[in-house]
Design a protein around this ligand. Structure first.
Ligand SMILES: NC(=O)c1ccc[n+]([C@@H]2O[C@H](COP(=O)([O-])OP(=O)(O)OC[C@H]3O[C@@H](n4cnc5c(N)ncnc54)[C@H](OP(=O)(O)O)[C@@H]3O)[C@@H](O)[C@H]2O)c1
Length: 371
């Protein structure tokens, strides 16, 4: 009998649809190499989705991907049950009726999926997620999520919530679980802010680089989110909580390019806010260069807390040598004292992120055991 893994897939955007493609393309490889078959039994998007206990065929999955590309709802008939919400779906799914493990994949950016993940874990459904929001929610909600895993038999895998496909969280857990002491974690965790820092280092104006980043689709719809450092702060918070620091998002010290604002986004006001920073930043960077330093958007985590923001670091350091949107994490520990442990590479992108989710999925299927 081949091993079976049943997947309830939430989100068919960049990461979700690439994951589906990677699974469809590798089905024969998984079967021959590991004796594993992966079946999609539910597909959920913002406005709801569908469920069928027998699973969907490859042709049906391709129709679902095409529907998403055309921004149409997924309707795979006959015999697929329409579902309105994730909770409704979980009410339908009975793990005991299936002959293999079930995993809920969260490839959305929705905070409310944290509640769905808790409900899934309590039903012994594994959760594999790229969605950092539930891990950066209030400490109470985060604890509930972790407890739901600890009290049951299902696993919660979220490697891709920090650094996309890079093995950052599993490396960190490896250090902590073997009794190493983490002195400090430093990193550049935001690809958008890395792109901006590289541009500044080349002598370009902040306003010009931000405009290019917006045109290339690197920024959020409200670019103040990136520039204030929220993305980096959430990832830093996940690292901090992984080493046992009890912290809330609003306790992170943030020194972004712009302050975090709750006022509605106005493109014109934002442009003038950024232009006002051009001269000051250009002067700071010229000065820093004379001292052998370069601008980087750095997250720092230690047992005392977390900070994220623009800093000037030695050009000849691991963080100083980083270029463009790449991510880097530098672990300074009791064992990695003189030469810290460094993990570096592309920290986002659908191909590498979906592959990271797939690695976690193979892990819950019992194929991979190192995390
Ligand atoms: N893109 C990357 O390189 C990258 C890297 C690391 C981590 N991530 C994380 O991966 C997640 C997905 O990123 P993405 O770039 O693929 O986003 P995306 O292209 O915006 O896709 C999001 C998908 O989630 C669905 N969705 C949103 N809210 C939902 C809800 N409440 N219930 C069910 N489905 C819901 C959307 O539905 P509709 O189809 O109806 O719109 C869409 O299909 C995010 O958490 C992101 O932070 C992304």
């Amino acid at each position: 009998m081949p091993k079976q893994l049943l997947v309830l897939q939430f989100g068919l955007g960049w990461v979700g649809s690439t994951l589906v493609e990677q699974i469809l393309q590798n089905q024969e490889f998984f079967h021959q190499r590991f004796g594993l078959r992966i079946h999609f039994v539910a597909l959920m998007r913002r406005q709801g989705g569908i469920y069928r206990a027998e699973g969907f065929s490859e042709a049906e999955m391709r129709r679902a991907l095409e529907a998403k590309r055309q921004n149409k709802p997924i309707t795979l008939e006959p015999k697929s049950t329409p579902m309105m919400t994730g909770r409704e779906l979980l009410g339908f799914v009975s793990p005991e009726k299936f002959s293999g493990p079930i995993a809920l994949v969260d490839a959305t950016g929705a905070e409310e999926l944290g509640r769905v993940a808790v409900a899934a874990l309590r039903k012994n459904i594994h959760v594999v997620t790229a969605n950092k929001r539930p891990f950066a929610a209030s400490y109470e909600d985060y604890q509930e999520l972790i407890q739901a895993q600890d009290e049951g038999n299902a696993r919660l895998m979220h490697e891709t919530t920090v650094g996309g496909g890079l093995p950052i969280l599993r490396a960190l857990r490896g250090l902590v679980y073997t009794g190493d002491e983490i002195e400090e974690i430093q990193g550049c965790l935001s690809g958008t802010n890395g792109f901006i820092c590289s541009g500044l280092e080349q002598g370009r104006l902040l306003s010009e680089i931000v405009q290019e980043a917006q045109e290339k689709g690197y920024t959020e719809a409200d670019p103040r989110q990136d520039l204030a450092g929220w993305d980096a702060a959430r990832k830093a918070l996940i690292l901090a909580r992984t080493i046992g620091v009890k912290l809330e998002l609003n306790q992170i010290e943030m020194k972004g390019f712009v302050p975090s604002e709750k006022t509605p986004y106005s493109a014109e006001k934002f442009r003038s806010q950024i232009r006002a920073l051009d001269k000051m930043l250009a002067e700071q960077i010229t000065q820093a260069k004379q001292n052998g330093a370069v601008p980087r958007f750095v997250a720092r985590v230690n047992s005392e807390g977390c900070s994220v923001g623009l800093q000037y670091v030695e050009r000849e350091s691991p963080i100083g040598r980083l270029t463009g949107p790449e991510n880097i994490v530098v672990f300074k520990t009791k064992r990695y004292q003189k030469n810290p442990l460094v993990i570096q590479g592309p920290g986002a992108g659908p191909e590498v992120t979906a592959a990271g989710v797939l690695r976690d999925l193979l892990s819950v299927a019992g194929i991979y055991t190192d995390s």
